[in-house]
Design a protein around this ligand. Structure first.
Ligand code: BTN
Length: 248
């Protein structure tokens, strides 16, 4: 699978260790070309959503994609969903069956193996985004247990030793295809079947934590803005990824 005219990953910066590929991409955003990819074998300060950290030890795949694109900020959640689709499809090509957990994770056998952090960069008149993806590929589960983190790796869950370069290349090609298609046609709904049919939470009761508040609701759907539609005691509402945390 090659695409000679690809944009994403044509320029790739590969580090051995870095604090965070998202941080590097943000700091150097205006120097980096559109579609550049920052890859690191380890991160000393991997970032997760809502100010959390992301364990990034050797064996995993940690990278950020730079997009120079004038964006409507409200579309940010859509980019996270599209990145989930790209990772899902790359894993599927390797016969790995993952589940997508809205808003930004992928799970295998009920354990988290991938997290996505999409961040906005720029000023009033120029915006771009950084899409950061972290995948535990050949990591040992012990690393997570030791740090009291509920996560696993592809190898632990499937017994498969996946080649990280193969996986990266597949994901970048899917990002290239899907993101450029979305920028051209603004058709997010087209990707909804993948998100819904392979969702870990749609159709299920979920626990939603917002600040100190916890509620139980049923996850129903994903709307055209990438929000989660929930049924809370018969009241249907759209949940923005924001600061919410979801448990099944
Ligand atoms: C999450 O689980 O909340 C999102 C985790 C995102 C981790 C990736 S790893 C590459 C990129 N660099 C970071 O510091 N974070 C993202």
């Amino acid at each position: 699978m090659t695409n000679q005219n690809r944009l994403i990953g044509k320029k790739l910066l590969h580090f051995d260790v870095i604090d965070s590929t998202n941080e590097y991409a943000k700091k150097n955003f205006f120097k980096l070309e559109n579609g550049a990819v920052i890859l690191s074998d380890e991160q000393s300060k991997g970032r997760g959503r809502a100010g959390r950290g992301f364990i990034s030890t050797r064996g995993g795949l940690f990278f950020s994609v730079v997009f120079h694109s004038k964006l409507d900020i409200s579309r940010l959640p859509i980019y996270t969903q599209l990145a989930s689709v790209a990772v899902f499809k790359a894993l599927e090509d390797l016969s790995i069956n993952a589940k997508i957990k809205w808003p930004n994770d992928l799970y295998i056998n009920g354990s988290k193996v991938c997290g996505i952090l999409t961040e906005l960069v720029g000023s009033k008149d120029f915006h771009g985004i950084i899409v950061g993806i972290g995948i535990n590929v050949n990591n040992k589960k012990d690393e997570f247990i030791k740090q009291n983190i509920c996560a696993s790796s592809i190898e632990e869950e499937t017994g498969l030793k996946v080649n990280k370069n193969t996986l990266l290349e597949k994901i970048l090609l899917y990002i290239d295809e899907i993101f450029l298609d979305y920028e051209k046609n603004s058709d997010f709904i087209k990707y909804k079947p993948i998100l819904i049919d392979n969702s870990l939470i749609i159709g299920k009761e979920i626990e939603i934590t917002f600040g100190n508040e916890k509620t139980i609701a049923k996850a129903l759907d994903i709307d055209e803005f990438g929000n989660l539609i929930i049924d809370f005691n018969g009241q249907i509402s759209a949940l923005n990824a924001g600061e919410v945390h979801i448990k099944i």
